[in-house]
Design a protein around this ligand. Structure first.
Ligand SMILES: Cc1cc2nc3c(=O)[nH]c(=O)nc-3n(C[C@H](O)[C@H](O)[C@H](O)COP(=O)(O)OP(=O)(O)OC[C@H]3O[C@@H](n4cnc5c(N)ncnc54)[C@H](O)[C@@H]3O)c2cc1C
Length: 355
């Protein structure tokens, strides 16, 4: 594993730490937008994702908490969609609860009309999670190595991956460079698009949050960490154009909106203790992107998690690695997330050359 900076220095240590079933949007929207089979499978794969991470031992880490997530509706149309989502989830065999009241700060604010709870979800400090996984991989993870070229296998010789100081020969390569994919493979530039996600950490005396909350169709999120600190983020939608960037510095307008969201839902004074941002890789339809990116199929891509990598990437990577290394094609995830759907929609073929 070759990493440009330190392992996890991208989105994977800068996120909100929601190990959540499904996607930020509710199940009804996912069914409407993605179709029943894809949506139901994504919900299943996200459950498998958490089980896989637990099997790695993440539930033994100090910052792990079995915190249910709760999608909050502040408006009647979203409340109606949550009621319908709960019915559809139950029909498909997923446990979910509708809640109309609570005793924590979010409910005391008077803003929520209704919440849909995913009871088996969890939260974690993502830096803890990455440290554990990197420690398990040991010396195969090499930092400070920016890949600048990949020469694909041509049948006679293996792939060659080049950095400023290394030349690695291998049978196949999995490119997981998130929104930077287009720098190695220009044809991916219009497919995986950078979008900035911003967050802040705050203290609010006496505040208590019992769930990891998503609000406004998943556009805002807030949760409490084990030491009482509260982390909140989102507010990208109001600044969509400015946030389509790979600049990972915070911006005042978004930070002010996140503060206002946090103040509103906690309904008390807040003290900001940290601010940060990270770059997400968005796919055209919000569904991850996996598959070969060279004609001889020795170089694959895995990414485009569109803000759900904590919930889906472990399970996705497991499927992709099996397919790439062992030729296992029985995993339906590979076809549901196939990059070829985007090439087909654009009338393109897969790229064949590095820049
Ligand atoms: C603020 C924020 C909050 C989020 N909250 C959540 C959440 O609560 N739950 C959830 O499920 N998801 C969340 N996400 C999304 C989640 O963090 C991402 O989907 C996930 O981390 C993506 O993982 P990745 O490995 O694809 O990308 P990254 O973690 O960004 O990894 C890509 C890595 O590639 C490296 N790289 C790039 N180019 C090269 C090169 N040429 N050579 C070598 N290395 C290179 C980068 O340095 C980087 O470390 C959030 C994201 C953000 C930004």
């Amino acid at each position: 594993m070759l990493e440009r900076h330190t392992p996890g220095s991208g989105a994977s240590t800068r996120n909100a730490g929601f190990l959540m079933r499904g996607m930020a949007e509710n199940y009804k929207s996912a069914l409407d937008n993605l179709g029943h089979d894809t949506a139901r499978n994504i919900w299943h794969w996200s459950e498998e994702n958490l089980l896989g991470l637990k099997a790695e031992g993440v539930d033994k880490l100090p910052s792990f908490r079995p915190t249910p997530s709760c999608l909050l509706a502040f408006e009647q149309d979203e409340a109606d969609a949550l009621v319908e989502s709960a019915r559809l989830l139950s029909e498909d065999g997923f446990g979910a609860l509708l809640v109309e009241s609570g005793t924590d700060s979010a409910w005391a604010s008077g803003l929520p009309l209704l919440g849909l709870v995913n009871p088996a979800d969890a939260t974690i400090n993502p830096a803890d999670l990455i440290s554990l996984l990197v420690a398990k991989l040991g010396s195969i993870v090499v930092g400070d190595q920016e890949v600048h070229a990949i020469e694909a296998a041509d049948g006679q010789r293996p792939c060659i991956v080049r950095t400023a100081t290394l030349e690695v020969h291998c049978g196949s390569v999995l490119v997981c460079t998130n929104a930077d994919a287009g720098r190695l493979y220009p044809s991916l530039a219009g497919v995986v698009r950078p979008n900035r996600g911003q967050m802040l950490a705050l203290r609010a005396r006496g505040a208590r949050l019992d769930y990891a909350y998503y609000a406004n169709h998943g556009h805002e999120y807030i949760r409490q960490t084990p030491d009482g600190t509260i982390v909140a983020g989102g507010c990208r939608k109001q600044h969509a154009e400015d946030e389509r960037t790979s600049d990972d510095r915070t911006s005042d307008p978004v930070q002010r909106d996140i503060e206002a969201f946090a103040r509103g839902i906690l309904d008390q004074p807040i003290e900001i203790v940290a601010r940060w941002a990270g770059t997400m890789g968005f796919s055209p339809d919000g569904v991850p992107l996996v598959g070969p990116i060279t004609p001889e199929q020795s170089v694959w891509f895995c990414g485009g998690f569109t803000g759900h990598g904590m919930s889906l990437a472990y399970r996705t990577a497991a499927g992709v690695v099996s397919a790439m290394l062992d030729g296992i094609d029985s995993d339906p995830l590979i076809s549901a997330f196939a990059l070829s759907r985007v090439w087909a929609a654009r009338g393109d073929s897969a790229p064949s050359k590095t820049s």
